[in-house]
Write a protein that binds this ligand. Sequence first.
Ligand code: NAD
Length: 362
Amino acid sequence: MINRRKFIGQVTAGVAGITIAQAGFANIIVPQKKDKLGIALVGLGYYSKDLLAPALQLTKHCKLAGIVSGTPSKIESWQKQYNLPDKNCYSYDSFDSVANNPDIDVIYVVLPPSMHAEYSIRAAKAGKHVWCEKPMAPSVADCKAMIDACNKNKVKLAIGYRMHHEPNTQKLMQLVKDKTYGKTTKVAANAGYVDPRTDHWKQKKSLGGGVMGDMGVYPLNAARYSTGLEPIAVTAKASTTRPEIYKEVEETMDFTLEFPGGATAVCQASFGKSMNDLQVDCAKGWIKFSPFSAYNGVNGVASDGMKLNAPIENEQSTQMDDDTLAILNNKPLLAPGEEGLKDIVVVEAIYRSVAANSRVKI
Ligand code: NAD
């Protein structure tokens, strides 16, 4: 017999339950203590296959419990590789019945950005916590709808900003907060790689493509955490060196952000150039990283010689364990939906600046 205090404690700890029918009672959820939360990945492309699924073999507090895909052959090979039962594998059409599956506590949306809002909202309605990859969604309206759906269904919403879980980046955030080197005066941040693909969602507007969402959120987010402020104006310019491939969206985005108090951030993101560096100039010193947003080997140094190059076992497993513990202990997430939304507010302003070919206020 489970007493009330224990029952509530288990429920708030985020444990799943099994439903039993008892004479004289409606269906009763009996909480079952789980040693790890079950994660279902939606979209089995590059990031799920090469990074998240392997990282879920390293996590201490969560595990790969299910998958959602539109490709039956992928489901079959994942089932074999990760020993996943039929009942935990869904197509995009059958996905909503995950509501009845106690093995799955969290839905991790790893689809093209145009699909993030739909699948996050469906997951929330199914009563599952939501983790959603960056960029959160193509529009502020979508981001707000995602946050509302999660609030309404009392589930948590985390955005896949792995740098918020990376120790050297966390140290930078703390140095900025403490003003260890004084107020931030200027940021320079660049992120890009050469994408050789010629027919991919990253080149399609309707799927949320364009470098600004995919890579641009790294320098944009870094500019925000390196100042600790929200930008008040932006001047942006989009360009491409491969117009035959980047017909609908930009290959490169240059944007300059203005912050309250006079700090500026000069940023670039590109699918045509390999770069990954961040320089933060402050009133009494500087901090620079190269790289600043890589999967591993984040490497920083400050003007007084302090090194910011602590190793991390695995960024993705650290992120997923942090987010699981936030769910289990009902604590704030390091990168909740509101953080993703703040970037998309700026992304929308960046596109307005490109269209107007002028500085726009945010
Ligand atoms: P991908 O193209 O390799 O995979 C996308 C998946 O979505 C595929 O399995 C594809 O079959 C599926 N899909 C379903 N409907 C689709 C449609 N209409 N068009 C195209 N694909 C469709 O992409 P990816 O690199 O895995 O990126 C997925 C998400 O993860 C994106 O939001 C991306 O920005 C993000 N991502 C994040 C990181 C990170 O470091 N946090 C790294 C890579 C990708």
